[in-house]
Design a protein around this ligand. Structure first.
Ligand SMILES: [Cu+2]
Length: 175
């Protein structure tokens, strides 16, 4: 009887040590955002703009409900920056939610900071954007959160899904 009890306790211990750990690792992913200038052409005019990974709009983050994503943000630009996960509630973890000098210090040029996104109940399309001064003009992108495996959206499956990103622009007039 004691031997059976010992085996049972060892099985529980093994599950807690390894089973839980594997599950946590499987639901956490890492992404890399390199904030840097890149040349961009619109209406026959080319200029350098601040981007993530050289893309404008920035990369779309695809995730599943309940997932945790760690974004390693490398600031190779000239200005301080933070990235805000717009619409993500970040339960009990506001420290990497983005608003500079409110929940976190800005990421200084030449440095790196890992921002954790905790997707708890969110589903559908949200967006991320820079949260420091003018950087939000060009540094933004979509977050598309699919339902968990084995579940569906609470509406019929659409024929197509096309993310539309409405950016923020500041127009400066000289004169
Ligand atoms: Cu926002």
């Amino acid at each position: 009887m004691w031997l059976i009890m010992k085996v049972f306790l060892l099985q529980i211990l093994a599950f807690l040590l390894f089973g839980g750990g594997i599950y946590c690792q499987a639901s956490t992913r890492r992404l890399t955002f390199v904030v840097k200038e890149a040349s961009y052409t619109r209406l026959c005019s080319t200029k350098n703009i601040l981007t993530v990974n050289g893309q404008f709009p920035g990369p779309t983050i695809y995730a599943k409900k309940g997932e945790t994503i760690i974004v390693d943000v490398y600031n190779k630009g000239k200005e301080n920056i933070t990235i805000h996960w717009h619409g993500v509630s970040m339960p009990r973890y506001p420290w990497t939610d983005g608003p500079e000098y409110i929940t976190q210090c800005p990421i200084q040029p030449g440095s790196k900071f890992s921002q954790k996104i905790i997707l708890s109940f969110e589903e559908g399309t949200l967006w991320w954007h820079a949260h420091s001064d003018w950087t939000r003009n060009t540094v933004h992108g979509a977050i598309i959160i699919y339902p968990k495996n084995g579940t569906k959206y609470p509406f019929p499956k659409p024929n197509a899904e096309i993310p539309i990103i409405l950016g923020i622009s500041v127009v400066t007039f000289k004169g």
